[in-house]
Write a protein that binds this ligand. Sequence first.
Ligand SMILES: [Zn+2]
Ligand SMILES: [Zn+2]
Length: 205
Amino acid sequence: MGGPYREPHVGGRRLEPDPAARRKVRLAGLTTAALGVGIGATAPLLGPLAAAFGGGLALLGLALFREAPASPMKAPCPTCGATIAELDPSTDAVRCPACGEYARVTSGVLLEVPHDFVARDPLFVIPLERAVLELPAICAECGAPGARHLVRVAVSVRGTALDADAPAEIVDIPHCRDHGDGAAPDIGAVRVRSRALSLEAEISA
Ligand SMILES: [Zn+2]
Ligand SMILES: [Zn+2]
């Protein structure tokens, strides 16, 4: 007499398609395009500027429509079990909106992020209020200890990254002697490739 069949434990949470995410982006694109075409159609009454504006909106709408992620996925967070939706399967790691923990995206499953994990791009967040203090001597790019080489990064305090006038704060991000490119500015935060650095920064805060 056998028990109920159980899937073999694969050590991760399997990704499933998330069709809702793609629909949402495509719908936004279609709405924008329709609005653009509508304005364009009334242009004879409004003048050539309105026609140009309408045409631009229509193009933007089409671009949005095409930008819908090819195959957004969803899966339960390996830490808390909440669903992480609209995730891009080609990314390295995602942050769970429920518990704030990161999950690694790899070969169709979500896994807990090992402490020594290094992402392909700077994606682990260190909030600005923490980054302005002295950070642990861990290389932002490779996670090596004893990293004493400081790389300056200008972080927008608020506003958008595109806003050149937004006030910025300069922060020093530790790197080893071989590296200097493991950090990127975000709004009110720095992102680093090394999970160890972001984790140790949280702990030592
Ligand atoms: Zn979670
Ligand atoms: Zn390094």
